[in-house]
Design a protein around this ligand. Structure first.
Ligand code: PLP
Length: 452
């Protein structure tokens, strides 16, 4: 019999960094050989170790190594892996029923998740939601809904934006390699405009918000025509593009422009949402109330669930039967989401994310002073990053970034890289991580930087 405390990720999992073999160890290497034989090469690997257990702030591999987790499975396990409330509620749901299809016979957990989404997302207007399986699917549905509502076709997205890997979302995504290369043709009626990227804005960060917004709006009005635009889709803090925090003032101007022109403003909060940046949603930071908001990743503690939530009159524009999917809003995933949201509320994980920033950012800034390969330190809450450059320039240093990530992995710290130029190291610890592990992870980073 398994006691509660023996659950993977339960208190029995020691919250420590521990290396007992080289990384990867022999068992991981054996499994990697099996993977290479049967798993398509298109599925890459950030750190070549196979996981046995994970929880709190650590991942334990099949060789018995324990890694500090600065990745959260790409901002998913914000409440920790196998979090108590997620496991409890999903297990109860597994016993009752696993699937009926909400379009055949509905069930309460789906409705309860939509009630929670109406509650936690910005704005006190009447809201409705549709639940889906993946972030990309949520973005696709937001575009479908915006087109149905406006009767228009064009979709405006931004430089460095990332919205998924399906056909429409590849078109919405900026970066060619690895997301789009060789996979075209892409969906039409997608237009990309400048993003206010302070570190790389040519005339300097102080002009960035105003100039970027003016250029974006000029391009939309002159090249697309504002009254052809169904939706503007933007990440309030950019994820795969490099954890870019748009210069303050940029997003409110774009949101106002959308409002003035009857364009649906869609905040893609799939990575930045659910307490990650220190608020329930990143767009709250500048008081933005999006018309539609897409969520996924952190929503359900690791189970696949995504949502589009927004103004009831916009959400209802799609006819009955026009939205949905066989698995969308699976009851087990919904139960997990209710457990995840409950955990965020009860443990005030938004405050924990702000604490992560308080601990990490000053130390990252200190490292930037000591190591001139770090060109920029940025991010909010527990969504932080360093951008690596050739010392003394702003020339991206992707090789150094890869080497630094590998050096961290070999020392027992899981970190992820990202960015249009492949030169951003991002930090996405679970929001429940202990402060000792946070600091130890930074010690490891410092040591790895010294070795570089
Ligand atoms: C991850 C991500 C997506 C895609 O989500 P999937 O679940 O991988 O399909 C879309 N938008 C943003 C901002 C993301 O970070």
């Amino acid at each position: 019999m398994t006691a509660m405390s023996d659950l993977p990720g339960g208190p029995a999992l020691p919250q420590e960094r521990r290396l007992v073999t080289a990384v990867p160890g022999p068992k991981s290497q054996e499994l990697m050989a099996r993977k290479q034989a049967v798993v398509a090469d298109g599925i890459g690997t950030v750190m070549p170790v196979f996981v046995r257990r994970a929880g709190g702030g650590v991942l334990e591999d099949v060789d018995g190594n324990s890694f500090i987790d600065f990745g959260s499975g790409i901002a998913v396990t914000s409440v920790g892996n196998s979090a108590e409330a997620v496991v409890r509620r999903a297990s109860e749901q597994l016993r009752d029923y696993t699937h009926t299809c909400v379009m055949v016979t509905p069930y309460e957990p789906y409705v309860a998740v939509c009630e929670e989404l109406a509650e936690v997302t910005p704005g006190d207007h009447e809201k409705k939601s549709v639940l889906l399986n993946s972030g990309a699917e949520a973005v696709e549905n937001a575009v479908k809904i915006a087109r149905a509502h406006t009767g228009r076709q064009a979709v405006v997205v931004f430089d460095h934006g990332y919205h998924g890997r399906t056909n429409l979302t590849m078109a919405l995504t900026a970066k060619n390699m690895p997301y789009k290369h060789g996979f075209g043709p892409f969906a039409p009626e997608v237009y990309r405009v400048p993003m206010a990227y302070p570190y790389r804005w040519l005339t300097g960060p102080e002009n960035c918000a105003e100039e970027a917004a003016a250029q974006a709006i000029d391009q939309i009005t002159k090249q697309v025509g504002a009254d052809n635009v169904a939706a503007i889709v933007v990440e309030p803090v950019l994820g795969e593009g490099g954890f870019i925090v748009p210069a303050r003032g940029f997003l409110p101007r774009i949101a106002q422009f959308a409002k003035d022109n009857g364009i649906v403003f869609v905040a893609d909060e799939i990575q930045s949402g659910f307490c990650r940046t220190g608020q329930w949603f990143a767009c709250e930071d500048e008081g933005i109330v999006p018309d539609l908001i897409t969520t996924a990743k952190g929503i359900a503690g690791g189970l696949p669930l995504a949502a589009v939530t927004g103004r009831a009159e916009i959400m209802d524009a799609a006819h009955s039967g026009g939205l949905g999917g066989t698995y969308g809003g699976n009851p087990v995933a919904c139960a997990a989401a209710l457990g995840s949201i409950e955990t965020m509320r009860e443990q005030d994980l938004a405050a924990r994310a702000r604490r992560v920033e308080e601990v990490m950012k000053p130390r990252l800034e200190k490292l930037a002073g000591e190591f001139d390969v770090i060109g920029d330190v940025r991010g909010r809450g527990a969504m932080l990053a360093i951008e690596l450059v050739q010392p003394g320039t702003k020339e991206p240093a992707p090789q150094a970034t890869t080497a630094l990530a590998k050096a961290c992995h070999q020392r027992g710290l899981l970190v992820l890289t990202t960015g249009t130029y492949g030169n951003v190291m991002r930090f996405l610890p679970p929001l429940v991580i202990g402060e000792d592990l946070l600091n130890e992870g930074l010690d490891v980073l410092e040591e790895a930087l010294g070795q570089l």
